[in-house]
Design a protein around this ligand. Structure first.
Ligand code: AQP
Length: 332
């Protein structure tokens, strides 16, 4: 099975990215042929600082490696190094409905937040995302819950492409969304997801936060009325903390609830989740510091990954161009 996913090199990676996506990437190395991409081109769809983009890309590469990606067991590369992604994006536009792009929640939320320019890139974000995955004919895409809508669009685009240009040309991928912590919530506003662009410093827990910052953020986390430590629809704050503790430790949320059944209140829950997260992230932070220092090694890893990725994507693009009648006929 081939597994593909991408992550933006925007900002600092947070606990939502880690539990919803990065940990799944690491597991995918056990389950199949894992291809992971740092999507720098996607990061240019909103206002950004060009001088920071390469830095952020290396930060993200170092976090992924620190979390457990091994270049010998996966393909890790930078999107902008493999031009096939942008070419396929354009070709997929022929079977993408403008109305569908307009309806995407991410586009609606992010376009409303742009102060100067709502770029066409923001609208076409899901088409480039579809191209990322379809270029590798991946079977599965590990993502957090917030990407479900884009994955549905991608499946529609792939199905429409095959119906128009030839059955079996592209693989229609399945999403893989974790059962626990698929949508980690902001610690200060648990009604919304933890997010790179939308949240506050206090509400966002970063993978590289020091233990005292982690403890402080959990101590101040917003909880709900009542005292019972159980997951419930009217307890988004408590539910979030239980799910985080369970996901970080790799146990069921029911186990966390059972352990805390005799707790004195939410203070005990906050202490338990804080302890679990400090323990869980410490090895990642330590490895990150070592890996991030060696920029040449990080660049070399990404370049080697891009070469392997290109070899796969090139084949797909040759089939797609042939089927679409683009360019000269394929040499036999
Ligand atoms: N809160 C979350 N809970 C679970 N999974 C999450 N993901 C993002 N937020 C949560 C998953 O992380 C992966 C990478 O997302 P990205 O490439 O969009 O990176 P980002 O821009 O840093 O993530 P954000 O926080 O989602 O940015 P905003 O909110 O600014 O758009 C994806 O698989 C995503 O599902």
């Amino acid at each position: 099975m081939r597994i593909f996913s991408g992550i933006q090199p925007t900002g600092r990676k947070h606990l939502g990215n880690y539990l919803g996506a990065i940990r799944q990437y690491v597991d995918s190395q056990e389950r199949g042929e894992a291809i992971l991409c740092i999507v720098d081109l996607h990061a240019t769809t909103v206002a950004y600082e060009p001088a920071q983009l390469r830095e952020r890309t290396l930060d993200t590469a170092a976090i992924l490696l620190a979390a457990g990606l091994e270049p010998e067991r996966c393909i890790l590369f930078r999107q902008g190094d493999v031009a096939e992604h942008t070419e396929l994006c354009w070709l997929l536009c022929s079977v993408t409905a403008l109305g569908e792009l307009n309806r995407m929640h991410q586009f609606r939320d992010k376009s409303a937040a742009q102060r100067e320019l709502v770029s066409a890139g923001l609208l076409f974000y899901p088409v480039l995302q579809a191209a990322d995955v379809l270029a590798y004919r991946a079977h599965e895409v590990p993502v957090g819950e917030d990407q479900r809508e884009h994955l549905e669009l991608m499946r529609d685009v792939a199905g429409r492409f095959n119906a128009r240009y030839g059955e079996g040309l592209l693989v229609v991928p399945e999403h893989r969304i974790p059962t626990v912590a698929a949508r980690v919530r902001d610690l200060q506003e648990p009604e919304r997801k933890m997010s790179t662009t939308g949240g506050s410093e206090q509400g966002t827990l970063y993978v590289l936060d020091e233990p005292d910052a982690i403890e402080r953020k959990f101590k101040r986390a917003v909880t709900d009325s009542g005292t019972e430590i159980v997951r419930a629809l009217d307890k988004p704050g408590v539910t979030n903390l239980i799910e985080i503790a369970a996901a970080v430790r790799g146990v069921a949320p029911e186990a966390v609830e059972a352990e805390l059944a005799r707790a004195r209140g939410y203070g005990d829950l906050k202490q338990a989740v804080s302890h679990a997260v400090v323990e869980g992230l410490a090895p990642v932070r330590e490895r990150y510091v070592q890996l991030r220092e060696d920029e040449a090694a990080l660049e070399a890893t990404l370049a080697a990954g891009a070469e392997r990725a290109r070899a796969i994507a090139r084949e797909t693009l040759a089939d797609v161009r042939e089927a679409m009648g683009v360019g000269p006929p394929r040499a036999r």
